[in-house]
Design a protein around this ligand. Structure first.
Ligand code: ATP
Ligand code: MG
Length: 390
């Protein structure tokens, strides 16, 4: 018996003229995520992507798990294929779905027939196979409204497929179909989640981390590399850019009033992120900011942070509760790494009484004690590039 994976496409199907290029992106992302798992054939026909083992070594369990993380797929099922013949389909349903059929008491059969030359209509095939199954498994009762098991039959161009129990895919749009953004990745709980959410909208990410060695340790950097790596099943391979931030933080400490430390530090992050964005062709900056969570996340503080750049700042977590963010972090698998106890540059030189309602002009005035352009140039020149993912 030949087993394959059928993936149903999400919003791609709505995209009209762009649909072909969306499909191509999705196919290439799927091929990429399956690449190290074995040999697979991946193709698209009639709004469904097929993943077929290329040889006996191909691990279909691993492929299924990997495909569940690829944005652009809303539903996936493992399916078995056979020739387009009503009795072959019946026999396949009996053997392939035997365990499921034994577990339930009620079922129904639903057929999709995109090969219109097939001699039975969808309803006729459902009735035929349903009748045969009820006879072969006498404990089963057909139930149209709320059956425990729905058996799907699909009669398509090259073969017929039998499947049941579809699982949810990652949803969203294929990464790369919606441009590029720089994503500020700290070692915290929030920014891996904000990165995930923007990648889900089809955006390819360039993660950027500000690193204040020796105030923050090598271990803290390793943690961020690991967080970026944990995101790659969703986001694909990414270049993590590590920006040396120590000199800037020391300058701020030496030349600015303490209550402004965090605000000014965040303005530097934005300027540097925008410079990197320009070089990378990125059109937005993503952060894990969340309204009111900390002193630098009041509306006035965010206005002062964003005043120094012109690119849009995407803050997908802005209105979420911490609990919701944590739930998502657990689901995508970054939470356990995020809570490892390493310091972040934000906790270096933290003011005892940070300004929560700063005036933009006031922040600009106090930071003018530094040579801002030279510091930004120096940081950008020192960026280290670490490729994460396969
Ligand atoms: P997180 O949990 O993502 O660290 P946070 O709640 O600790 O967020 P802040 O420390 O104010 O909040 O940081 C807000 C956002 O700024 C982060 O979500 C992240 O996008 C960015 N950021 C903070 N520190 C760094 C850093 N060292 N490198 C890169 N980005 C950072
Ligand atoms: Mg943080």
């Amino acid at each position: 018996m030949k087993e394959i994976i059928l993936c149903k496409l999400g919003e791609i199907v709505l995209k009209g003229l762009n649909r072909k290029s969306f499909e191509q992106k999705l196919l290439s992302n799927l091929r990429h995520s399956l690449y190290s798992l074995g040999n697979y054939r991946v193709w698209c026909s009639q709004s469904t992507v097929y993943i077929e083992p290329g040889d006996d070594e191909a691990d279909m369990d691993a492929a299924f798990e990997a495909a569940k993380k690829v944005f652009g797929v809303i539903k996936l099922s493992r399916a078995a294929a056979c020739e387009k013949d009503k009795d072959a389909i019946t026999e396949l349903a009996k053997s392939y779905l035997r365990d499921e059929l034994m577990r339930v008491k009620t079922f129904k059969v639903e057929t999709k027939r995109s090969d219109k030359r097939f001699p039975l209509t969808s309803i006729e095939l459902s009735q035929y196979v349903g009748g045969e199954l009820a006879e072969a498994f006498p404990h089963l009762r057909a139930e149209m409204h709320e059956p425990e098991l729905v058996i799907h039959l699909e009669v398509r161009d090259v073969a017929a497929y039998v499947h049941a129990s579809p699982e949810s895919g990652a949803g969203g749009m294929p990464v790369g179909s919606n441009g590029v953004a720089v994503s500020l990745l700290s070692g915290g709980i929030d920014s891996p989640v904000s990165s995930f959410m923007i990648a889900k909208r089809g955006v390819r990410l360039v993660p950027v981390h500000f690193f204040s060695f020796p105030y923050t340790s090598e271990a803290a950097k390793e943690k961020v590399i690991e967080l970026a790596r944990l995101l790659t099943p969703y986001c694909g391979k990414m270049p993590l850019l590590v920006v040396p931030f120590t000199h800037i933080q020391e300058e701020i400490r030496d030349k600015c009033p303490e209550e402004y430390f965090t605000l000014i530090m965040r303005r530097f992050m934005m300027r540097i992120a925008e410079r990197i964005a320009e070089a990378q062709g990125a059109k937005a900056i993503v952060t894990g900011e969340n309204l009111g969570q900390v002193a630098s996340q009041t509306m006035e503080a965010m206005a002062s942070t964003q005043a120094v750049i012109s690119l849009p700042v995407l803050q997908p977590l802005i209105g979420m509760d911490k609990e919701e963010i944590v739930r998502l972090a657990r689901r995508i698998g970054t939470f356990e790494t995020s809570i490892l106890p390493y310091e972040d540059c934000c906790t270096v030189f933290t003011p005892r009484h940070p300004k929560t309602h700063p005036k933009v002009e006031e922040v600009a005035r106090v930071e003018s004690a530094m040579d801002i352009d030279a510091l930004v140039d120096e940081a950008v020149a020192g960026v280290e590039r670490i490729m994460v993912g396969r």
